[in-house]
Ligand binder design. Structure first.
Ligand SMILES: [Zn+2]
Length: 469
């Protein structure tokens, strides 16, 4: 089907369903070339409008604005007052879900209730309106274009898909996939068989771009490399929803002979940032999300890690204003990008706060500690791994084996652990048959069972009987 006809089909479907994805995409394709100052002005206007809406229609915001004496209209004269709005946390969303929902009838009719499993295992439930969802889809399409798949060009997903869908829903999904020219394999249940089927489909349909979780892309790349006669290439691969470890990036790029575009986003906010063709950082989706990075409550300098705070600029159904997504990141030190896009860049996303490890003497260690540590674990005998910090001085490395893991590999990894955490960190190896994925279908490669502030966890767990040290 020609791109013009496909665009026509998409346009017709959206007219019939009252949606505006193509309009939002057209807009994003233009605004990405705005200067930083122009983008900041666009964000300011959207924030002022959103905050006024929230005060008028969302009981939670009306209550807290009144409590702190915050007048949305004052933002017109002094935008720094925006920082007076208290941070919205996941706990607040859980305990005030209904109070955070709009009372505006025009929006109520189009709300969808969404639940995420959450990387901590605690679900989060929220409401999203049509405008939000249209902007999210348009933003994904914009990033697909950066990676090599223009509107209507074939692309493939390894992504979490729901099992329990009615035949009507399944038909609708098939129709939408056909319209967008995409296909998917379910990351919930990646097996040799499902990857073989997916590989055949990829060879047949020749998608420009593959989009998936970092670990799923890595698993698929490993699978492809195991089959000598199989060669699969893409124009680009987009890795999203999980921290992209350097070893994953290198392996995937080598296997599929293309660049990996790291994309950062979440179900409650959509796309937050994505690498462009220059791969020097992740451009913020500034038209959709306003980002602050705070270090102990103060705006962080470029290169300085801090807490990522996001205001979504589109979802009036349940506004996320100054929301703490529980991730850390840093602004890029580069003020401009050679691609010419004006949106500021994140230097790197340091991973979920819950993935932060701790040294016995109380220092914080990023869960992706030292790419070198994990590069030992790229040995062919290691199909999958997970690192679990059980206590301040006890780390468990769980490995799904494909043959014997050489003692040398294990020793190398232990050396890295001791360099990073100190000699008092004990390393224990386990070799389960599989590592269960999270309910979302994602693989959590790093799990820390210690929370910040809890320092009395020196008790070691009992060593399970079915493991080896
Ligand atoms: Zn760029």
């Amino acid at each position: 089907m020609s791109p013009i006809i496909r665009r026509g089909v998409l346009r017709l479907h959206q007219l019939a369903s009252g949606r505006h994805i193509l309009d939002r995409l057209d807009s994003l394709q233009k605004t990405q070339w705005l200067s930083r100052i122009e983008l900041e002005e666009l964000q300011r206007k959207k924030i002022i409008s959103l905050v006024e809406y929230a005060y008028q229609h969302v009981p939670y915001y009306r209550r807290i604005f009144d409590e702190i004496g915050f007048q949305p209209g004052d933002l017109q004269n002094d935008f720094t007052l925006f920082q007076r709005i208290p941070i919205l946390t996941k706990e607040i969303i859980r305990s005030h879900t209904e109070e955070l929902k709009t009372t505006d009838r025009a929006h109520l009719e189009q709300l969808s209730l969404v639940t995420t499993s959450g990387s901590t295992g605690q679900p989060l439930t929220f409401w999203q309106d049509h405008e939000y969802r249209d902007c999210v889809t348009a933003d994904i399409q914009r990033h697909l274009e950066w990676a090599g798949a223009a509107l209507g060009q074939p692309h493939a997903y390894i992504w979490g898909a729901s099992f329990e869908v009615s035949s009507q829903q399944a038909l609708r999904t098939q129709l939408i996939d056909w319209e967008w020219n995409r296909f998917l394999t379910n990351a919930f249940m990646l097996s040799d068989q499902s990857m073989a089927d997916f590989a055949q489909l990829v060879i047949k349909k020749q998608p420009n771009v593959l989009y998936g979780y970092a670990s799923s892309l890595y698993n698929f790349a490993r699978f492809v490399r195991q089959i000598p006669e199989m060669e699969i290439t893409f124009q680009g691969v987009i890795s999203s929803a999980e921290t992209l470890l350097p070893i994953y990036r290198e392996y995937i790029e080598e296997t599929f002979q293309c660049k990996v575009f790291d994309r950062y986003g979440s179900k409650e906010l959509g796309g937050i940032a994505c690498e462009c063709e220059a791969h020097t950082g992740l451009h913020i989706s500034a038209e959709n999300n306003f980002i602050e990075i705070l270090n102990h409550g103060i705006a962080a300098e470029p290169g300085e890690a801090g807490q990522i705070i996001v205001t979504n600029l589109n979802n009036r159904g349940m506004p996320f204003i100054r929301y703490s997504i529980d991730d850390e990141g840093a602004w890029s030190r580069s003020l401009t990008c050679i691609c010419g896009r004006g949106a500021p860049m994140l230097e790197k996303v340091e991973g979920r706060l819950v993935d932060t490890f701790w040294t016995p003497d109380g220092r914080k260690v990023w869960a992706g500690f030292a790419g070198a540590g994990y590069s030992c674990l790229s040995h062919p005998s290691i199909k999958q791994f997970q690192v679990i910090q059980e206590s301040l001085d006890y780390l468990i490395i769980r490995v799904v084996r494909d043959g014997e893991v050489p003692q040398e590999t294990m020793d190398q990894f232990s050396d890295v652990v001791h360099t990073v955490f100190g000699e008092n960190m004990e390393v224990h190896w386990e070799f389960p048959d599989e590592i269960p994925v999270l309910p979302s279908g994602k693989h959590q490669y790093a799990v820390c069972k210690i929370n910040e502030g809890i320092t009395n966890l020196h008790m070691r767990p009992k060593v399970p009987a079915n493991s080896s040290s």
